[in-house]
Design a protein around this ligand. Sequence first.
Ligand SMILES: Cc1cc2nc3c(=O)[nH]c(=O)nc-3n(C[C@H](O)[C@H](O)[C@H](O)COP(=O)(O)OP(=O)(O)OC[C@H]3O[C@@H](n4cnc5c(N)ncnc54)[C@H](O)[C@@H]3O)c2cc1C
Ligand code: SF4
Ligand code: SF4
Length: 681
Amino acid sequence: MVYSGKKASESNEAPVEPRIGVFICHCGTNIAGSLDVIAVKEYALTLPHVVVSENYAYMCSTPGQNMIHDAIEKDHLTGIVVAACTPRLHEPTFRTATANGGLNPFRFEMANIRDQGSWVHMHDWDGGTEKAKDAVRIAVAKATMLEDLYPMAVPVEHRAMVIGAGVAGIQTSMDLAKAGIETYLIEKEPTIGGRMSQLDKTFPTLDCSQCILSPKMAEAGRMPGIKLYTLAEVEAVEGYIGAFDVTIRRHARGVLTPDEAAARGIVGGGCTGCGDCSQVCPVVRPNSWEFGMAPRKAIYIQHAQVVPLIYTIDFDACVKCGLCETACGTKKAIDLNMEDELFTIKVGTVILATGYETFPIEEKSEWGYKLYDNVISSLEFERLICASGPTIGHLIRPSDGETPKSVGFVLCAGSRDNTGIGKPYCSRFCCMYSLKHAHQVIEKIPGCRAYIFYMDIRSFGKAYEEFYYRIQEEGAKFIRGRVAQIQELPNKNLLVVAEDTLLGMPVEIEVDLVVLAAAVQPTAETEVVRRLFGVSCSADKWLLEAHPKLDPCGTTTAGVYLAGVCQGPKDIPDTVAQAEGAASAASIPIHSGQVELEPYYAQCVEKLCAGCGMCVGQCPYSALSMIVADDGRTVMTVTAAKCKGCGTCGGFCPGGAIRMQHFTSPQILAQIDAFFLGGEQ
Ligand SMILES: Cc1cc2nc3c(=O)[nH]c(=O)nc-3n(C[C@H](O)[C@H](O)[C@H](O)COP(=O)(O)OP(=O)(O)OC[C@H]3O[C@@H](n4cnc5c(N)ncnc54)[C@H](O)[C@@H]3O)c2cc1C
Ligand code: SF4
Ligand code: SF4
């Protein structure tokens, strides 16, 4: 940014009369098609202190920005108003244009006449025009009172944290570590890998999921740049971009790693993954990783490829008999009295990669999930068809263990569903994995019929449409229509009742097994993490990116980025692409070494502060504290880097001692007056 850099308080010049330039954007026809931009431009010229008023097709374009730049120089402007879209989209653009003209960039104010104007009053030309005039008048009132502000530079820790270690979190961590950034990878489960490690094959190439993921898991587990914490969750967050203090709770695992054993002076000790403990453990529980379709002991690993290869005790199940301790012998890896650990890590940037879970499909009771034995979910299918699964890859009917001779796949089970029970959005990978599932039953079980009940097949990715053709050629039967009901027959077969919308008639097909392609949704833990980091979410609760097209990895919280399905459903190629993008975005501030923070923070006007301290507890970001001032009085002070400018304290202080930069009381009152008095202040 090119501006003088001189602070207002350093200036020797007498205050000058405000000279405001107003620039109205057409946004193509987005604005100009629904309101009279020429009338708004002419109206602006009638407002006090406005010396220039212009309109242009795209103010954000280079010629549009040059108009601002040129007018600042030619007309000696002191403030700029752009009436266009949202500050979220183009505030940085117009600030830069303002600075390029030689003005402090914070002498710019935006009037949103598109999203809050032309778009909501699309069919009310006169009303939309009047509202745009109001918005411009209010913005001009503030622009006359703007002052020079200066961003605050804060140093950035040379460390990052990735929360969630599915394929997204693993990829992001590896990229960051390879870029020389010390990376903390936090995973709530005992192993990394996420959902991808539960899959058998992957569409459209049909390569084995574990075969492509396991090497990555192993590499991430041993990379010197990655510090991995499994069975760990975020407990608290303080700080800001550059210096987040993240408190981690590491749940008691009950088993020591070799390093932890060494730290306790146990020479050559720690878990080697031999499994002797699990052999002797008398407690048997359903293995939740196999969706209860296989047993596990109270001391267990989820599957053979876990990283780290360290056993875990389920303390809710453990009876503390001590048999495992004896079996473990000289390795002395077992600590039945281990407790949770809390520790805090300081990092510069954070990437959320907390993934997804499946929608509780039993809520759609018409399909009989959890009511009928032979109705299973798509993830259960993945485990049953997988060679490392509970049936060593033999697909069976849960009711009798027989091999099915016909399987019905119900797509959009809870997705694209506006009934109130289900999700209105498309889960994006279910069409493709259901095609994969149909292929797997046709390939593995000679003569088995596969029926696919679908609304439309969404095969949008590279080589996906070709995969769809292939499955049709392999003989899968496609029935276009939503399944209304599934009925269980006395022989435990299932009658799938649907409408074939291509034939325009109802159909009833009897099958041995039904697989529901359940919708996906954000996990409950994602909501906890979202709140801790102050990240927004969309109406459907997926984490919200800073901009859907131009900043898909960023969030509105500076220094926090998104990777993978926590931002919205996406398949593995898209997940990995976003993970690489997030790593790149998160490494920029770290490699820059410092970032500039918005100067929108609170300030204490010491002479007005009564020292009551009541504001301190109000700040949600712990930005306020009490100090002894030079004159010996106790007053409040603000840690500017922690302040998010929310204004809570400013509104709270009974003595009016807190001033919010860029949102001062006089500025806000001027805007209110401009609205109510129509400019006659
Ligand atoms: C049945 C089925 C079949 C599929 N088949 C394919 C396929 O063939 N090809 C394909 O491209 N895609 C497929 N997919 C999609 C694929 O599963 C996803 O694209 C991929 O797993 C997304 O990875 P992720 O890392 O974003 O999320 P996840 O795999 O969900 O990983 C998220 C990780 O974060 C952890 N976590 C969550 N919250 C926290 C927290 N608060 N603290 C710490 N850790 C946390 C979780 O434990 C998990 O390990 C399939 C999906 C399903 C349901
Ligand atoms: S102490 Fe707990 S984990 Fe160990 S063998 Fe006994 S029940 Fe199993
Ligand atoms: S404005 Fe006040 S309450 Fe809000 S973050 Fe800043 S100091 Fe805290």
